[in-house]
Design a protein around this ligand. Structure first.
Ligand code: FAD
Length: 421
């Protein structure tokens, strides 16, 4: 039972940041605060549920804070301090303490050992309940203001009478809806305009259609006129290109690409960064000497790229089906090299990445004190999660930002409250 007249905390948004913030607050308050989460949907933690293809990529194993913060196109510099206070190690520790065993995959992504996001949901809702947090669904916050006495008045589901709270944590997620933006405006907070991040590139090109489903272990992709480059695994899909290398570029260029209406050119080096034209020419020459008249070119690819891609590239270089390596002409060699390290494609649109997408844009970071996540203009108003102008690359970085900012805001609210009583 919570004693009467205890400080009241309202958390708006029942997602990762809202739950983690409310729990952090409750862990310190130890029953001496009245903490409620208001969620407009009928379910809590819906994004956690669908995250990581239903497995929930909770965080990333990268240990160095500076390296970790490099994975945020927006928030890179600002997150260094917060991540030093609540790091990925703290997240892993917290989930283990609360019964969720985690595992790190070879690429650094961390998942629950159950491979089920429901484990994370059960943990967060279970801990919240144990700590006396009241999580209320179907409660859409439409309006907020501050009374003369300094408490917040919160209107839910357009009801006439507002509820009141002494501290407010806004964790409403990406600000793509007009309603979320109105709420921020009503509190006098500015935001950068929202655009999607983490999308795949739509490309209509026969050179790719025939390779649908193929993955290339390490390719480099350049958007020349924006001076952007990314290296990593590349996936060819039936609508274009995807995979970590593309998702990273989509995040780095989220604003610029939206301004181009997702109509731009990319240059693909199928071999990654390692091969330059001269080296490759020597490499092909040695392959030619090695294979000579015995091996058919189309059936004996260089080992760095998948067979199907090699076949397509040599066909385009006008190498015939029965041509052997010793019959390779100088011109065909040049064409092959060019296709391998500098193949141009025209992107004509974007598709949201099914396994993860986030909003680029949110509450201006300069208007927040990132040591506490408190608004610089409204006392006792805090923010956490994707509602802030912070977004990360794929790999668990977006949830880590939600855990970190939620944790710091929740702790600060409880500490502030007890230091004032
Ligand atoms: C398909 C998909 C997969 C993803 N997978 C991963 C992953 O594996 N790893 C990773 O790190 N990131 C992943 N992400 C990103 C990650 O889910 C988000 O960055 C994260 O959920 C942000 O947490 P949040 O609490 O700030 O916002 P949200 O999770 O969006 O929660 C905000 C909540 O606030 C509620 N709300 C909004 N407005 C109001 C209002 N006015 N009143 C009441 N409630 C309101 C919303 O209904 C929502 O439930 C994925 C995203 C998607 C879409």
């Amino acid at each position: 039972m919570i004693p009467e007249q205890v400080p009241r905390v309202a958390v708006i948004g029942g997602g990762a940041a809202g739950f983690f913030g409310a729990i952090a607050c409750a862990e310190i308050a130890n029953g001496q605060m009245d903490i409620s989460i208001f969620e407009m949907g009928s379910n809590f933690l819906t994004k956690v549920k669908i995250s990581g293809g239903g497995r929930c990529n909770v965080t990333n194993g990268l240990e160095n804070t500076f390296d970790f913060s490099e994975h945020y196109p927006r928030g890179k510099r600002e997150l260094i301090g917060p991540l030093s206070r609540w790091s990925q190690e703290d997240t892993v520790w917290w989930f283990r303490e609360n019964g969720v065993e985690l595992k790190t995959e070879s690429d650094g992504r961390i998942f629950p050992v159950t491979d089920s996001s429901q484990t994370v949901i059960d943990c967060l809702t279970g801990v919240a309940k144990k700590k006396g947090i009241e999580a209320k669904n179907n409660c859409c916050v439409n309006r907020i203001d501050k009374s003369d006495e300094g408490s917040f008045r919160i209107w839910i589901n357009d009801q006439d009478d507002p509820i009141e709270a002494d501290y407010l944590l806004v964790a409403t997620g990406g600000i793509r809806s007009a309603q979320s933006r109105n709420l921020l405006e009503s509190m006098g907070h500015e935001f950068t305009s929202p655009v999607p991040s983490l999308f795949t590139f739509e490309i209509e090109d026969n050179r790719l259609t025939e390779l649908s489903g193929l993955s290339v272990p390490s390719a480099s992709v350049v958007i020349g006129h924006l001076g952007m480059k990314s290296v990593g695994p590349l996936l060819i899909t039936h609508w274009g290109l995807s995979g970590p290398v593309i998702l990273k570029l989509s995040a780095l260029g989220a604003r610029e690409l939206e301004q181009l209406n997702y109509d731009f050119k990319i240059m693909v080096n199928w071999l990654g960064e390692e091969w330059k034209s001269k080296q490759l020419s020597q490499r092909i020459e040695s392959e030619r000497n090695l294979n000579g008249p015995r091996k058919i070119m189309k059936r004996s690819p260089i080992k760095e790229i998948p067979n199907r891609l090699w076949k397509r590239i040599v066909s385009k270089a006008e190498v015939t089906d029965d041509q052997t390596w010793s019959e390779l002409t100088k011109q065909a060699t040049l064409r092959i090299i060019n296709s391998l390290i500098a193949e141009e494609f025209k992107v004509s649109g974007k598709s949201l990445n099914k396994s993860e997408f986030v909003t680029c844009g949110g509450v201006l970071l300069r208007d927040l004190d990132l040591r506490t996540m408190e608004s610089r203009s409204v006392e006792n108003l805090f923010f956490a999660g994707e509602v802030m102008d912070i977004d990360g690359l794929t790999g668990g970085f977006n949830f880590q930002s939600a855990w970190t900012t939620g944790r710091i805001a929740g702790e600060e609210i409880a500490q502030r409250c007890f230091s004032q009583t």
